[in-house]
Ligand binder design. Structure first.
Ligand code: ACO
Length: 377
């Protein structure tokens, strides 16, 4: 008797693929933990650099370690001339995610790519985390006709990113809003892009190849790309009083509302709760609460009609747009932050290496007779 076919877990839903010490999500209670620390405490108290240290080294840095990390990241902002020339040669109408993916892949050509566990791989993690804002800044400045980018090592990661993209110094509120957004995006267990990074790393491929895989996965609208679509919806709605009718029409057409639903959270994504408050604060400071108010209406309608909760991607654009960040940079900014998590996971993969290679249940034909080409219809 033939053995019963194994149950296929489409999308690997609920499959526990590996053990990790980096990130814990409690989808029922809506909790997110980085290495033991609740995301709410980190968003209220930490900086992105502290969180990156926590993810890579497994513990919060002391003051000296943090100062040293900030100095290293500041020094690593400058890119090799060859890569700068390459970025300068890319079409200015290219998607910034494509630019990021290409530039990260190309960076490996100009630098030794370390694949082994230990100091070399951690140095690669720091290098990539420092390099991503510069890559985006070079591209954005060129297409926007802004002056040359300086490394500004004295700036925090958040302030440097804003300076790189906008060529101005951020206000304290803007810097903190971006810092919190970077903290919230830094890691999220085995999301699709992190899994892509770990699959590549599990073949003993190098860090840069693994991060290149991750950027490709993040780009899709069901993952990082949802943040752009959420702000497009808010723009289409235009004013809070129009939200209900437009959202209901979309739901009636069985359209997905970007920024809602999650594979793991069965309640509201705690990152969305935190970012919603920043969306309100930034809106108030800029004297324009339109995005906040529209998204509040959208949130209520989607929850009432479909029982779905907001995820992080609903709010990032409503924090970035009032600061002046163009829409097509939202997902690249997600990558600027998530690279800390991707690389932490790649380092963990190197330390506990097991080739990731699931199987498929074959549902095609067997034993077809060979047909010579002349006899094929
Ligand atoms: N809008 C409308 N309906 C939705 C949405 C949504 N955003 N999300 C899920 N649903 C519905 C589905 O249509 C489906 O309904 P059905 O059973 O009647 O067919 C049901 O809810 C279950 O949806 P699945 O796609 O099976 O759930 P899954 O766990 O695979 O999806 C996902 C998770 C991909 C995030 C989904 O909720 C979605 O497409 N959301 C919109 C994109 C988005 O916001 N992505 C960001 C994710 S978080 C991040 O990357 C930071």
């Amino acid at each position: 008797m033939a053995e019963p076919a194994p149950r296929v877990q489409r999308g690997l839903e609920e499959v526990v693929a590996l053990e990790s010490r980096i990130c814990f999500i409690d989808g029922k209670l809506g909790r997110l933990i980085y290495r033991g620390y609740d995301i709410r405490d980190l968003a209220a108290n930490a900086t992105f650099e502290e969180v990156a240290h926590l993810l890579w080294y497994g513990r919060l840095p002391n003051a000296k370690e943090l100062a040293e990390l900030r100095a290293r990241l500041g020094a690593l902002r400058t890119l090799p001339d060859g890569l700068v020339r390459l970025i300068d040669s890319l079409p200015t109408d290219a998607s910034p995610m494509d630019v990021l993916r290409t530039a990260v892949s190309a960076l490996a050509l100009f630098e030794p790519t370390e694949t082994k566990p230990g100091a070399g791989a951690i140095a690669g993690a720091e290098r990539l985390t420092a390099a991503l804002p510069t890559i985006l800044g070079l591209f954005q400045r060129r297409r926007a006709g802004l002056p040359k980018l300086a490394p500004r090592p004295e700036l925090s990661a958040a302030a440097y990113l804003l300076y790189a993209l906008l060529n101005r110094d951020a206000s304290t509120l803007e810097e903190r809003a971006l810092d919190v957004a970077l903290i919230l995006h830094a890691d999220h267990e085995l999301n699709a892009s992190t899994f892509a990074a770990r699959v590549t790393a599990s073949t003993l491929s190098d860090l840069y190849s693994s991060v290149t895989s991750a950027i490709g996965a993040l780009k899709g609208p069901l993952h990082g790309g949802a943040n752009e679509r959420a702000i497009e919806l808010a723009d289409q709605i235009g004013s809070p009083d129009r939200a209900e009718a437009i959202v209901k029409e979309k739901l009636a057409r069985h359209e997905r509302i970007m920024g809602f639903g999650h594979r793991v959270y069965k309640v509201e994504d705690p990152r969305a709760t935190i970012l919603r408050e920043w969306s309100r604060q930034i809106g108030e400071a800029k004297g324009d609460l339109r995005y906040y108010q529209i998204l509040e209406q959208v949130r209520q309608v989607v929850h009432r009609e479909k029982g779905l909760y907001a995820n992080l991607d609903l709010y990032s654009g409503s924090v970035y747009t009032p600061i002046g960040i163009p829409k097509d940079l939202f997902t690249p900014i997600f990558a600027v932050s998530r690279v800390a998590g991707w690389t932490a996971h790649i380092l963990e993969e190197y330390e506990d290496l097991r080739l990731i290679r699931p199987t498929a249940q074959y549902i095609g034909p067997l034993d077809l007779p060979w047909v010579p080409i002349a006899k094929r219809s």
